[in-house]
Design a protein. Structure first.
Length: 256
């Protein structure tokens, strides 16, 4: 969506950019760091930090700022009002109960995947997970099975535009960061209509994903199962996990 320049509220955009500057790498920011991360002046960053603290979205010790629980109002409102997570959650709960494995539904936001629904059984490899897979978690699209599935459902021209000038971060030694090689991966995913990621985002963690489409054929999200190499062997993927995910995607299609 493109709006007229006169309708664009630059101050709001900068304030939201300051909120988004907080992440796992930088949980606490001062005005200088906030300015560096958002590309605005230090004076502007200071005013935004002070305003957000006054509104209750940040806490501060007078020098540094960090997110308060109030920011969860945004996530809570999305989870309560968005049709997608509510439609998906019962199916994920059923899959986790049947298999005791961990399942997630993910959407694409820029260069990251965001988990919008999730359910896990006792067989989830939690002891292996360094980053954690929770609602709202953001993962690099190029290094995840769900991200690859979602990117493969884009028109090729859009994928090329997304990759142009982009540096793919190497998360593990198994992460593909070469543009040409990554395009070949996406081409394969597009052909087979599922993605199997092994150690690309976290060593010792494998994931299998399929697209979730509505009745019009539009891909809205991706569904995946996460496990250890022992759980997601090639034989187990072909015999058990891929048929399970494909059947769940077919069942969900009328609901999306």
């Amino acid at each position: 969506m493109t709006i007229a320049k006169a309708d664009y509220i630059e101050g709001l955009a900068k304030g939201l950019a300051v909120l988004e500057a907080f992440d796992t790498e930088r949980q606490r920011l001062n005005a200088t760091l906030a300015a560096q991360r958002t590309g605005i002046t230090r004076a502007a960053a200071r005013r935004h930090l002070l305003t957000l603290a006054e509104l209750g979205y940040l806490e501060t010790d007078g020098s540094h700022y960090w997110l308060s629980a109030r920011v969860l109002r945004f996530a809570g409102s999305y989870m309560a009002t968005s049709r997608l997570p509510r439609a998906l959650q019962p199916t994920l709960n059923r899959l986790a109960s049947q298999t005791q494995a961990a399942f997630s539904a993910v959407v694409l936001d820029g260069d990251e995947c965001v988990i919008v629904a999730r359910s896990a059984g006792v067989a989830e490899p939690v002891r292996h997970l360094a980053y954690g897979l929770h609602l709202g978690a953001r993962l690099p699209a190029h290094a995840t099975s769900t991200g690859q599935v979602l990117l493969a459902n884009w028109p090729k021209a859009d994928l090329s535009a997304w990759l142009k000038g982009r540096s793919l971060a190497r998360i593990t030694p198994q992460t593909e960061v070469g543009t040409a090689a990554f395009k070949k991966i996406i081409d394969q995913v597009r052909t087979q209509d599922h993605a199997l990621s092994r150690d690309a985002h976290e060593l010792g963690i494998h994931a299998l994903a399929v697209p979730l489409r509505n009745m019009q054929g539009r891909t809205l999200a991706a569904l995946n199962v996460v496990g250890t190499p022992e759980q997601l062997t090639d034989a187990a993927v072909a015999r058990k996990w891929l048929p399970l995910l494909l059947e769940a995607a077919r069942e969900l299609r009328p609901l999306l």
